[in-house]
Structure formats: structure tokens, C-alpha cells
Design a protein around this ligand. Sequence first.
Ligand SMILES: Nc1ncnc2c1ncn2[C@@H]1O[C@H](COP(=O)(O)OP(=O)(O)OP(=O)(O)O)[C@@H](O)[C@H]1O
Ligand SMILES: [Mg+2]
Length: 322
Amino acid sequence: MQESEREPVIEAEFEEIESVEIIPDRAEMLATPGPADEISIARPRPSIELPEPPKTRPGMARVIVCINQKGGVGKTTTVINVGAHLATMGLKVLVVDCDSQGNCATGLGIDKSKVSNTTRTLMLQPENAAQCRYSTLIDGLHLVVGDRTLVTLEQELVSELGRERRLTEGLAQLLPHYDIILIDTPPSLGIVTINALTAADAVIIPVQTEYFALEGLAMLATTLREVRSRLNPRLGVDAVFLTMHAPTLLNGQVAGQVRETLGEMVVEPPIRRNIRVAEAPSHGIPIHLHAPQSHGGKDYINLAENLALRWGLANRGNGGSD
Ligand SMILES: Nc1ncnc2c1ncn2[C@@H]1O[C@H](COP(=O)(O)OP(=O)(O)OP(=O)(O)O)[C@@H](O)[C@H]1O
Ligand SMILES: [Mg+2]
């Protein structure tokens, strides 16, 4: 075909196309100063203010929630080992597992499949609270078992009136029978966790000395303030403690930042990373029975004794309580 015979279709189409603004080169965009007031400025992180703990009500258990929205930081390990050692000190301890993973039962040697009343029962039938407790191989330590039925409970409670206070009601008649009620929570802020915070006097916070630990703490502090203002004005913080601590530069730096930010709130020394702690649950026993002389054993015994002092319970064991 000759050049002159070609139809001018293409040229016509080009003429019809609307002109679009050409996107400037990225480097050019970054170099061009924009109006300053349209730019968001990341402000320095506010200091983490944790609310003061309240006094324990006379003749009632102190209700403590072990919480950190971050997963795998040692919440369950702490509840099992601190609960068990407090009971060994002669205190009356109830552990309530609010996590559908149900690891407290395993760690305390209880077969979940043989349990008929669980934390779900406690929350839905407060009148049957006494039957929701199971004894463990440690004298003075009772357990309310968490299991996967807590997952559906989350959904069922969504539209229920007074849904945040079910656990408070469930625990009410048990309070006079214990010195400490220790509640384990999942790494999420669902209705069951909110129930735990609503029922609590105070929280204890395990912090793994890894990067992002302080951001997690700041997020948790916000959650606690919200629960205090809307649901439970008593809620305070009893202690923060460092977990799975290893002698690395990063662990040391993060531990330093946490101490600098929270001061005496932090229990010393940190819980060291220790294989004995990790393997104890596979035997269904706490660390003070599995390997009390291990680093992890010593650290958890120290933590339990430190907490008992903070709670004014150190001399109350061995028949001292009602
Ligand atoms: N000091 C320790 N040394 C070694 N391993 C540990 C230590 N503490 C906890 N672990 C192990 O780390 C894992 C996570 O611990 P744990 O289950 O207590 O965390 P968690 O905060 O309850 O987790 P989740 O958020 O899933 O409930 C477990 O396998 C546990 O055995
Ligand atoms: Mg857990």
C-alpha cells in the first residue's frame, strides 16, 4: 500500500483522546515543597501512664488479669507458674482461663475433654459458679477451664444486655473463698477479655523484651484507660515484668527502655528464657515442681513472691486467710 492511500484513522483517534495531566517524576514530586499545613506530623510518642492499683477489698480475693494484646509473651506461663507458687505458699488461688486455647488446663495437668463446666458456664450461669472449679494436683489451686466454646460465646454475647459484666457476676460468689483470682486472657480484645478487665482489681503485664514492646504497652495503656472510664473505674496496674529475657543487645536495650519508662512498676529481675519453663507444660506441672532450681524456676518463684508482697499476701498463707 502506498503511503498516501492510508486512511487517517489513527490520527483522528489521537485527536479525540482527552489530554490528561502528566504525573511528575517521583523525585520531582518529593522535591516540590507542598503546603505545610496539609502534612501530618508524627508527634513524639506520649509517655506511658499506667493507672494506680486500688486496694484489695477486705475479705475478698484480689482479682488479677494477666494481659498483653501481643501474643506469645508468656501470659499463660505466668498464670500457671505464679498461681501454682502462690498456692504452694499457702494462699488460696483460683485460676480462670479466659482463652479458648485452654492452655491453663494442659499446663496444670487437667484433661479438658473430661470437664463439663468451663469459663463459658461461669459466665452464662453465675448461679453454678462453685461447680465450675476443678481441683489441680497443687493444694489450694483451683482452675476454671477455658476451651473452644469461648469462641462462640464471643459471638453470642454481642447482642446481649450487660454483656461486659458476665464474668463479674460469675466470680461474685467465689470472691470470699480465695486470696487471689488470676485470670489468663487471649492475645485479643474480644468481649471475653473485656469481661476479665471489667471484673478485675488490677492487671499484671508480661512484656517480652523484643522490638515493639513499648508500642504494645502504649496500646494496652490506652485500652486500660478506656475500660476504666467506661466499665471499671477501679482497674489499675499492679506490675509489669520482663519475660523470655536473653542476654542479647536487643533484649538489654528494650529492658532498659521499659525500666526507664515505667520505673518501680517493673518487677526485677526479668524472667529468663529457659528451656525448662517451655517444657514444663508438656508434663502437666508448673515449673516449681518440674525444675525449681532452673533459671526459669528461680525467676518465677521470685516473681510470685514479689507479687505476694505487693499484694500484702506474703504472710497470709498457711492458714492465715479465711
Ligand atoms: N521463660 C521462658 N523461657 C522459655 N520459653 C518460654 C518462657 N516463657 C514462655 N515460654 C514459651 O513461650 C511460648 C509462649 O508462652 P505463653 O503461651 O505463656 O504465651 P502467651 O502470652 O500466653 O501466648 P498467647 O498470646 O498465645 O496466649 C510457650 O511455648 C511457652 O512455653
Ligand atoms: Mg496464653
